[in-house]
Design a protein around this ligand. Sequence first.
Ligand SMILES: [Zn+2]
Length: 64
Amino acid sequence: MFERCVALAWCSECRIYTGAMVHVPRSHTLVDALASLPSDDRDRLLRGEAKLVEHLDRHAGRPA
Ligand SMILES: [Zn+2]
């Protein structure tokens, strides 16, 4: 059984932001890249895609 998820991908080298509909197995737990943030910061990032991309760009490749 699969869930449909919106997958957003940001390439910091090409500066390209893409979105796609993907299927994720129901048994697969997705990593929450914002899990370590205080809820205020998290809400702020989730309200604006530009800020969210900026945040993910800065933290790309680093363990949470
Ligand atoms: Zn690229």
